[in-house]
Design a binder for this molecule. Sequence first.
Ligand SMILES: CC(C)(COP(=O)(O)OP(=O)(O)OC[C@H]1O[C@@H](n2cnc3c(N)ncnc32)[C@H](O)[C@@H]1OP(=O)(O)O)[C@@H](O)C(=O)NCCC(=O)NCCS
Length: 157
Amino acid sequence: MNVTIRPHRPGDSEVLRGFIHALQEAERAMHPSRLPADAVTEAYERSLGDRNAEILIAELDSAPVGFVAGWLEVDDDPLQTMTWRRHGWISDLFVAPPYRGRGIAQELLGALSDRLQAQGATRLRICALAVNAPSIAAFRRFGFTPFEITFDKPLRT
Ligand SMILES: CC(C)(COP(=O)(O)OP(=O)(O)OC[C@H]1O[C@@H](n2cnc3c(N)ncnc32)[C@H](O)[C@@H]1OP(=O)(O)O)[C@@H](O)C(=O)NCCC(=O)NCCS
């Protein structure tokens, strides 16, 4: 298996939109909070550009099979130390279904980690739906441990 991780190029736009669309639909299948991918994909791709996000593409034998995106972030929580507020935020991670379970997500995370560290990050942060067992397994395998847990409870109206 010959996996290459390379920076996103302007010509990748269609591929990237396809990955964002598939990622959104994957999460929507797991949780009702997510909007239909058709309604959000284009604007979300633009927002990654607006934020100047680092976007990396995984290629297997020269065919794109996944992506990761992220940037440097500072939380606005005044109760946390700066060491924790400042982090490399990994906003998106996706590997196309036929290529999962082969460590491609680990390679994407490793490459983005190196880039964010070179920009000054001393820690990384990433988020998953609580029901998303494969992504939680992949994050743990990379060395992430749970930090904060968000609870949700719908109220009867
Ligand atoms: C999460 C995702 C990126 C993982 O990609 P991947 O290339 O398969 O991950 P890796 O092969 O690098 O890591 C796999 C780890 O997860 C585990 N894993 C893989 N598929 C799994 C599954 N279906 N169920 C449970 N664990 C799974 C592997 O066993 C491995 O852990 P281990 O080494 O402890 O055994 C991929 O499943 C995906 O794109 N999912 C849809 C999008 C998504 O949920 N993204 C994350 C939120 S942004």
